[in-house]
Design a binder for this molecule. Structure first.
Ligand SMILES: [Zn+2]
Length: 83
């Protein structure tokens, strides 16, 4: 939630109790991922707020996903098929 140039958010990860209460312009300095969007395989856009720790895992996962997509586009194959 954004109110009067302040950001009040909780990490969306189940069981994570981390909260962020800072001025909007300071959000980036805390390493949170606020309002990140993810478009799933069905085309639905999901939006999350993630604490520093979970934002790091989120970015790592996104990079892996990017690499997998890049690999598919450049080789036509899936590196580590899960199905
Ligand atoms: Zn968290």
């Amino acid at each position: 939630m954004r109110l009067n140039n302040y950001v009040h958010v909780e990490c969306d990860v189940k069981g994570c109790q981390n909260k962020l209460d800072v001025a909007e312009k300071e959000v980036d300095t805390h390493g949170w991922a606020v309002g990140v969007e993810y478009i799933d395989a069905k085309g639905h856009t999901k939006k999350y707020d993630l604490c520093f720790e979970h934002a790091m895992r989120w970015r790592y996962l996104r990079q892996q996903h990017d690499a997998e997509i890049d690999n598919l586009i450049s080789t036509g194959n899936i590196k580590n098929p899960v199905m």
